[in-house]
Structures are given as C-alpha cells and as structure tokens.
Design a protein around this ligand. Structure first.
Ligand SMILES: [Zn+2]
Length: 274
C-alpha cells in the first residue's frame, strides 16, 4: 500500500527571543491511509508527553472526541493517536487542527506519597526555610519551598531521577511575575511520574545534561538569584503535571541526623546532618 506522509507539525514549546525556556522535542504527523488519515506522535524526550489534538473537520469523521488526551511514552516513535475517516469519497474533505501538549502523564494521578526526600544541600549545612507551603509572598495555593542561601551554594538532588530540563543561561533578575520567564532551573523526573524543580540557580550554575540519571544526594548545581526572585535562595517544588494544570505536592524530608522525618515549616531552620 502506498502511503503518503504529511508532516503536520514540528512542535516546540513557546520560545522567547530573550529568555531560555523549556522546550519539548516531539513531532506530530499525519499519514494518508486508504480511507482517511492516521495521526502519530514521536517523543524524543526522556519522559512522557501528554498531547491533545483538536480537529475542525469537513466530510471527515474522527475516531476519538476532541479533548482526548494521549500519553506518549518517553523515547518512543510512531505512537498512534487519532484517526480520521472520509465520510463521502466523492465529496471534498479537509481538516484543520490545534495541538496542546505538556510534559508528564496527564492520566497518572497516583504517586508515591511516602517517599522521603533529602534536604537539597550538602551534609553539615543549615538554612532557613523563609517561605513554605502556601506562603503569603509568592506561594499562594502552591506547595513550594524557599530556602534562603548564599549565591553559589551547592544544590543536591532531594530525590533521584532523570534530568529533564537544565536552564542556566538566564541572568536577569526582578521581583515581578513576568520575570518567571528568566528563571534558571533544573527539573528532575521521578520514577512515580512526579517532577521536581530547583529554581533561581546562578548563571551557568550547572553542567548537567538532559537525560542524565542522578541519585538522591548527588550534586546537581549551584544556587543563585536569577529570574522572579528578591534575594539569593533556592525555590524547590514537587508536582504532578497534567496537560493544563500543575498539582504541587507536599513532601516529607529527612532532617537533622536523618532519623527525623517531617513536612517542613516556614521560618524554621533545617540542618542536614546526614
Ligand atoms: Zn519560591
């Protein structure tokens, strides 16, 4: 059977001219088949991608409804998503479409609630958690943590996983939400489907590469004050990513000698003695 490949879209995340931002290496494409089209996605990223393809159709019938979210596994090619069938072959037919996508498995709502995280800095050090979960300054309705620490403090992985994003080329700082686009950060994908962001790292504050596997406690970069920030600190957040919404998660940490495990509280100092 002769197949014609139609390259539908080479998809990249929103790219800004001035800021280095997150990009996804995925490709969505349609192929003409006997009575319509099949739509495939290649995902070259080391983590799953969720994608929605909404069609506007003339004389074509879609297998799935608009709004269906497909999950494309990490490092996978030719994952079949939707198919279109021609309704009346003697009449003209056409389609247009919009794609929406994000990292993570949209359908995976369960995660390991009992995982115990390490404090994200070196053994023997102690820092103030100046803003905690749902903090009034910038963490409203968000389970994020801000550790106050000097520029260049060594940051270690609170939990092991696969490095999915390393952005360390930004060097602009301002205390306005629009400066979020300049946040330097490392993102790590965990084996339960959650992600962790380590943000505001210093300019060129990491040499890690996407796809690298890091262990809990391993050095990943150096803290800074870049992006939406009003002083040197580390912003740490764990989340589950749906195609549109992000659900941030409270996590338990080992503190002091490592024998005590608890959720961290704002305005407390935390020492890593392990
Ligand atoms: Zn923060």
């Amino acid at each position: 059977m002769k197949r014609t490949t139609l390259l539908l879209a080479l998809i990249c995340a929103v790219m800004s001219t001035s800021a280095q931002s997150e990009q996804f290496d995925i490709k969505a494409y349609g192929e003409f088949i006997a009575n319509g089209y099949d739509f495939f996605v290649d995902n070259n990223e080391p983590y799953p991608i969720s994608i929605k393809i909404n069609f506007d159709l003339t004389n074509l019938k879609s297998k799935d409804k608009n709004g269906t979210v497909y999950v494309i596994p990490a490092h996978s090619k030719r994952q079949l998503t939707n198919s279109l069938a021609i309704i009346n072959k003697v009449k003209a037919y056409k389609y247009s479409y919009k794609t929406f996508f994000n990292k993570g498995n949209h359908h995976k709502t369960l995660y390991d609630e009992n995982h115990i995280y390490d404090l994200p800095f070196k053994k023997g050090e102690e820092y103030l958690l100046f803003q905690g979960y749902n903090g009034k300054q910038t963490h409203q309705n968000e389970n994020s943590l801000d550790f106050s620490m000097p520029m260049g403090t060594s940051i270690t992985a609170a939990r092991g996983g696969i490095v999915t994003t390393v952005i360390v080329n930004n060097n602009k700082t301002c205390f306005k939400p629009e400066c979020k686009q300049f946040n330097n950060k490392i993102t790590i994908y965990h084996d339960d489907g959650t992600f962790a962001d380590y943000a505001h790292l210093k300019f060129k504050g990491s040499t890690l590469k996407k796809g690298t596997v890091v262990k809990q406690g391993e050095l990943i970069g150096y803290s800074g004050n870049v992006g939406y920030s009003d002083g040197p600190h580390l912003h740490f957040v764990v989340y589950r990513q749906e195609i549109q919404d992000r659900h941030t998660i409270k996590t338990k940490f080992k503190i002091d000698s490592g024998d005590t495990v608890q959720f961290l509280k704002e305005k407390e100092n935390y020492k890593k003695g392990y």
